[in-house]
Design a binder for this molecule. Structure first.
Ligand code: ADP
Ligand code: MG
Length: 548
């Protein structure tokens, strides 16, 4: 049987469109073809396990080879009959591609992973593509399909010893750089590193007589059972750490991890790691890799997980995240919303669990965790509600308190005349030392709020906590606190105070809109008898605007 035909399209030649609009992502052709080979192999395994296929599965390794003009991807999967080529290649796949390109030709750059183009992405780099395939079905005839990038194709019977499919790409002149060992290796490592069927490319090498030489053994480029698809119960801490090292070779050890494993109402697996974050410099977004059934899709998960979670590292794998759509569409997708909420909840649950069962370790890691947790609380209401249970406040003596604990601590001793709770804090322990000392002498507690996000955290907590104000230790309002006993030792009359005010004020630095106040009191044994204070509100506004 031999056949010529016109690929099931109504419009004119679509290949130039494919080439043009998806230019930047030419390389995904290899991912698409290798994952098709893997799919075909998995299908055969399934047929075998249900008794539909009774033959010998044999070696199921997928092979990728290249020479001066071609790249070939071979599998020993289910193969295709002539009818199946007609149905899956000539009609369905192509109409899918056309629809895809039509829909997104203005938005191609933002489409995640460009899934959906499938088999036809091979034409992004090829002037001609051949399929040589033989179905697993008994008595199947091998077929050869060939298409040179126009909507016409040929199909004829051919000889093929083994079941399965070879896809042969005749690489076009513009894309010859793909005919290179390192290039192909790089692409396989990027996209196929964790595929569930062994992928062979070239031979393993060994060091012999002063150089590397090929051995007889296939070089398998992938790990078919990566950590996230294994059962959490089978994983040791060392397994998790090793996987982290595999993903991010030069990184410090992670703080904690979460193994995600959901199959209802959506499918999601993955491992998320809390990296050690000490400062802004350590903030690396886009360290999470997104997979779809172990096929790498993208390492930018914005729009899929809440923004603060993009600071985590690790792997997410879900076939329920639509991948052939734009980011803006993704954010409104119901499944994606559910997945995102689930991840947020799991992250909070895990932190709470660690907080409850290993509080000392949690406190020890707080400085590394805090930026992440605070960022989450500031940007995600739901996360705030959950994290309010384990978020910590630290005082100047490095004692940690939960929000509840701290409230209980200061509730009787630190109120102003309006009945507001006053949380005293310092932003610079050294510079504000004498103020801290003075406050402590009076029996007040002082929080250390010197983190990058603390100005914003203070603003948020003032909103969330009832009748609570944060007041920096050098602020004017400290003296409005109701004191148990007043130990003023120096008494100046009003005239003396006013005269001294002028002297001090004339020496003040000129900072716009800042009013300094001078307090004359012996505030305690070790404190200074004269203190300069400034309004809390104006100072904080200034700090906030300088941060923006
Ligand atoms: P998708 O993989 O999303 O179905 P593709 O365009 O990649 O879309 O492939 C279209 C169809 O062609 C597949 O669903 C499958 O039926 C068939 N096909 C492609 N590659 C192979 C292969 N290596 N072996 C068997 N069938 C294949
Ligand atoms: Mg496919």
């Amino acid at each position: 049987m031999s056949k010529q035909g016109n690929i099931g399209v109504t419009s004119e030649n679509i290949f130039p469109i494919i080439k043009k609009f998806l230019y930047s992502d030419h390389e995904i052709f290899l991912r698409e073809l290798v994952s098709n080979a893997v799919d075909a192999t998995q299908k055969l395994k399934t047929l075998s396990s249900v008794g539909e296929f009774k033959g010998d599965l044999g070696d199921l390794t997928v092979h990728v080879k290249y020479d001066d003009n071609t790249i070939t991807i071979s599998d020993r999967g289910i193969g295709m009959t002539a009818e199946e080529i007609d149905k899956y290649i000539n009609q369905i796949a192509f109409s899918g591609a056309e629809e895809f390109v039509e829909k997104y030709k203005n938005d191609a750059a933002s489409i995640i992973g460009h899934f959906g183009l499938g088999f036809y992405s091979s034409f992004m780099v090829s002037k001609k593509v051949e399929i040589v395939t033989k179905s697993y079905k008994e008595g199947a005839v091998a077929m050869k399909w060939s298409c040179d990038g126009t909507p016409e194709y040929t199909m004829e019977e051919t000889e093929k010893a083994d079941r399965g499919t070879d896809i042969i790409l005749y690489i076009d002149d513009d894309n010859k750089d793909f005919l290179n060992k390192d290039k192909i290796n790089g692409l396989l490592t990027k996209y196929c590193r964790f595929l569930p069927v062994p992928i062979a490319f070239g031979k393993k090498q060994e060091w012999k007589d002063g150089k590397y030489v090929d051995t007889d053994e296939d070089n398998i480029v992938n790990d078919t059972k990566p950590a996230w698809v294994r059962k959490p119960a089978d994983m040791t801490d060392e397994d998790y750490k090793k996987f982290y090292r595999d993903l991010y070779p030069m990184s410090e050890e992670p703080l904690f991890w979460i193994h995600l494993n959901v199959d209802y109402p959506f499918n999601l697996t993955g491992i998320l790691y809390f990296p050690r974050i000490k400062s802004n410099i350590d903030l690396h977004r886009n360290k999470i890799q997104l997979y779809c059934n172990q096929v790498f899709v993208t390492d930018s998960v914005e729009g899929i997980v809440p923004e603060f979670l993009t600071l985590l590292h690790g792997v997410l794998d879900s076939p329920d995240i639509p991948l052939n759509v734009s980011r803006s569409y993704l954010q409104s997708d119901q499944n994606v919303k559910k997945i995102s909420n689930h991840i947020t909840k799991k992250v909070a649950d895990r932190l709470e669990e660690i907080f409850k069962s290993e509080r000392p370790q949690f406190e020890e890691k707080w400085d590394s965790l805090k930026l992440f947790i605070q960022y989450g609380m500031l940007t995600d209401e739901k996360f705030y509600d959950r994290a309010a249970k384990f978020a910590l406040l630290k005082d100047v003596d490095d004692v940690y308190y939960t929000f509840e604990e701290y409230k209980a601590l200061v509730k009787d001793s630190q109120t102003d005349k309006d009945g507001n709770l006053i949380y005293l804090y310092t932003t610079k322990k050294d510079e504000q030392y004498s103020y801290i000392q003075a406050a402590k002498d009076k029996g007040y507690s002082v929080l250390l709020m010197d983190g990058q996000l603390d100005v914003h955290v203070i603003g948020q907590l003032e909103q969330k906590f009832e009748k609570t104000r944060f007041v920096r230790v050098d602020s004017d309002t400290i003296d409005n606190l109701i004191r148990k006993e007043d130990s003023g030792k120096v008494t100046l009359d009003e005239d003396q105070k006013n005269a001294l005010q002028e002297v001090f004020k004339s020496q003040m630095p000129k900072i716009e809109k800042t009013e300094f106040y001078v307090t004359f009191e012996a505030l305690g044994e070790n404190a200074n008898p004269v203190m300069l204070t400034q309004g809390e509100y104006m100072r904080r506004m200034r700090e906030m605007s300088s941060m923006q």
